[in-house]
Design a protein around this ligand. Structure first.
Ligand SMILES: [Zn+2]
Length: 317
């Protein structure tokens, strides 16, 4: 099919409202040679996974490998049998190489899951799972990935044997609602998980120390707090929202470039669960900090990287 021309004329149906930057991305679609065919896509992914064709065992790092049938390999050292994408983010979702690359290209341009599914002929669930994989891969490349995949968010519980599962291990348990601090300096944004600060404490600051709070659905953000431009959290029905004290002296909108970029996008996350909220926040951090780069190339690189080992979850239970 002629991917190269998709959306180049009119293409209104491919540009849903709110998909900022999508149009620009569609017009550059033909500039990516790896999107020309399944073969080109596979070659592109293999080159990212195995630069220069160099092979090693993903489990022990050993270099003595035997070729098996169907493109698989076995390690002479630890006997692990693997294929080129074993242990990597891209090994989730059973998409073909070309479908993966087209999906990442559209996602780089902020296409919605509905648009992705329609454009690529996938079910909504398949497209959602692939986008979730991309979000995990983004989060795993953040400097604070280890903390975010640890017990404070419970996100690491979605990983089992380097594969993403729909349900966290142990059903998710009682993970506290994490509070994030947004800090923008010199055109870069840092979204930190603020350890030891609970949603209830933020409400307490609001009630007793006049920290201004704005709420939109389950999404809560504050006026500047300590060195942060804002605190932000995504609650659930367990939170005492009625406790929030409204103040008449204007809105608690942080005056930062990031907030201009992210405010509307954040409000679109109203339906996100507290458990998955960090994925969406780190996506925004990534998009903002890489806003002048080719996001598609970076996403392909991230997806081809190995899934990291996650910290043990048990002590949080
Ligand atoms: Zn090995």
């Amino acid at each position: 099919m002629s991917i190269g021309h998709a959306g180049s004329e009119g293409g209104g149906a491919l540009r849903p409202r709110g998909d900022l930057g999508y149009q620009k991305n569609m017009e550059s679609l033909h500039e990516e040679p790896c999107l020309a065919s399944e073969e080109a896509a596979l070659a592109h992914l293999l080159e990212h996974c195995w630069p220069g064709g160099r092979s090693f065992c993903p489990r022990c790092g050993g270099g003595r490998l035997y070729a098996l049938s169907a493109g698989r390999w076995r390690c002479a050292g630890c006997k692990y049998t693997f294929h080129p994408f074993s242990g990597r983010w891209i090994n989730n979702g059973n998409l073909t190489p070309l479908t993966w690359l087209r999906l990442l290209h559209l996602y780089a341009g902020e296409a919605t899951v509905h648009t992705l599914a329609a454009e690529l002929g996938l079910s909504y669930n398949a497209a959602y799972k692939a986008v979730t994989t991309a979000r995990f891969a983004i989060l795993a490349h953040a400097p604070d990935a280890r903390q975010l995949l640890g017990p404070e968010t419970g996100l690491g519980g979605y990983l089992k044997g380097k594969k993403l599962t729909g349900e966290p291990r142990g059903g998710g348990g009682q993970v506290p609602i994490p509070v994030f601090g947004i800090l923008e300096r010199n055109g870069w944004v840092f979204i930190d998980l603020v350890s030891g600060l609970s949603a209830e404490t933020v409400f307490h600051f609001n009630h007793n120390f006049h920290l201004r709070i704005e709420r939109s659905g389950n999404l809560v953000h504050t006026a500047p707090y300590r060195h942060y431009d804002a605190l932000v959290l995504c609650g659930d029905d367990s939170l005492p929202y009625e406790y929030i004290r409204r103040r008449a002296d204007g809105q608690a909108e942080p005056k930062s470039e990031f907030w201009k970029f992210a405010g509307g996008r954040l409000r679109a996350f109203k339906g996100v669960s507290p458990q998955r909220f960090p994925l969406y926040l780190k996506e925004l951090e990534f998009r903002f900090n890489h806003r002048r780069e080719n996001l598609f190339a970076t996403l392909v690189r991230y997806l081809c990287d190995m899934v990291p080992d996650v910290p043990e979850m048990d002590e949080a239970r």
